[in-house]
Design a binder for this molecule. Structure first.
Ligand SMILES: *Cc1c(COP(=O)(O)O)cnc(C)c1O
Ligand code: SF4
Length: 345
């Protein structure tokens, strides 16, 4: 094996015919895809309008991914894993890594060190170890199925895992983290919705990043899940050159509400190696949050969070609304006025 190539053991697929549609030289992309696998669903590919547009940037390899800037495991997940399939950072909730693959590989993925790679192949033994850990740890109330994408598992495997976790008495809620409604909406079938319905209370967080992803197909997928009684949330990643623009974010979050999906988190990009070109300043994120407060429905405002390096946890970031002037408290209104507020001592 050549150094730095084929780290994932997947053959490069970048030279596929679709690149010729866009008249792009596949050569530079192949080196990238050899290190970080490429996979794009035909549906998501169909959302691309021009080379370098916000859909393209999310899914097509970019030579800048080969930069060594950043950390392999920015959230220190490996140190927080009592068993290979569980990340246990907060006392009452865990991430359960049930799948090593996704319908499409996002170029900005925090777990790009392993998602889609041979080392992310998850065995039934590792899944059983994960369930045993959750069963043996009574403080766990909340189990977040993640990966990879849990909805890429066959229905029967998914149902079996959900049933085993649901049967643990101290587990109160189950969450699914999935990008399937964005990249492969046809996977949200009626049988899948009936299957999921059996494991209430079930919360599903999906991952829309751009208004152009809010298609009729995606709306239908989310509608089916909502009709099945599943509570839908969304996690957006703030991406330079994709969605780092206040009016666009307002459109995205309002559009999600129309699809019965509640914006939950806006994530500051993690310090993941190979994703530096997507990173914005924190100031950009704060500006977006500030632009929503007032003009846009409160339901459309997610928490802007930064996940601190080394597994130190998520912290919400808010624009500066409070000022102290001596013993006076000044509060900035959504219109930018500084108002004195009588704060009891
Ligand atoms: C984000 C995260 C969670 C879930 O956090 P919430 O704020 O409850 O959504 C749980 N465990 C880990 C390791 C996480 O990174
Ligand atoms: S769907 Fe999620 S886990 Fe999969 S590549 Fe995209 S960001 Fe990573």
């Amino acid at each position: 094996m050549k150094a730095g190539s084929n780290r994932c053991g997947t053959a490069s697929t970048a030279r596929s015919s679709w690149l010729s549609i866009f008249a792009v030289d596949p050569q530079p992309l192949e080196a990238v895809a050899a290190r970080y696998p490429m996979r794009i669903t035909p549906y998501y590919l169909g959302l691309i309008e021009t080379i370098g547009d916000p859909i393209w940037r999310q899914c097509v390899p970019d030579p800048r991914e080969l930069s060594e800037v950043g950390l392999l495991d920015p959230l220190g997940e490996e140190n927080l894993s009592p068993v290979a399939t569980v990340v246990h950072r907060y006392p009452d909730r865990v991430i359960f890594l049930v799948s090593g693959s996704c319908a499409g590989y996002c170029r900005f993925c925090t777990r790009k060190r392993k998602v889609g790679c041979a080392e992310m192949t998850i065995s039934f033994r590792e899944l059983r170890e994960g369930i045993a850990y959750i069963a043996d740890t009574p403080q766990i109330r909340d189990v977040i199925f993640s990966g990879g994408d849990p909805l890429l598992l066959p229905d029967a495997v998914l149902a079996d895992l959900l049933a085993r976790v649901r049967a643990i008495p101290h587990v109160e809620i189950i969450r699914l983290g999935t990008r399937i409604p964005v990249t492969l909406p046809e996977r949200i079938t009626d049988p899948l919705c009936r299957l999921l319905q059996r494991f209430q209370p079930l919360y599903l967080n999906t991952h829309f990043n751009h208004p152009r992803e809010l298609t009729p197909e995606a709306a239908e997928a989310c509608g089916k899940l909502a009709d099945a009684g599943i509570v839908l949330g969304n996690q957006t990643v703030l991406l330079r050159g994709v969605n780092d623009h206040p009016p666009l974010m307002a459109e995205l979050f309002r559009g999600l509400l129309m699809m019965r999906v509640r914006p939950y988190y806006l994530h500051q990009m993690d310090l993941t190696r190979g994703t530096a070109h997507f990173r914005t300043s924190v100031k950009t994120g704060l500006k977006i949050i500030d632009s929503l407060r007032g003009p846009v429905s409160g339901l459309a405002s997610p928490h802007y969070v930064i996940d601190l390096p080394g597994g130190k946890g998520k912290v919400p970031l808010l624009p500066e609304y409070l000022q102290r002037a001596g013993d006076k408290l000044l509060i900035r209104s959504p219109d930018g006025e500084l108002l004195e507020y009588p704060d009891p001592p």
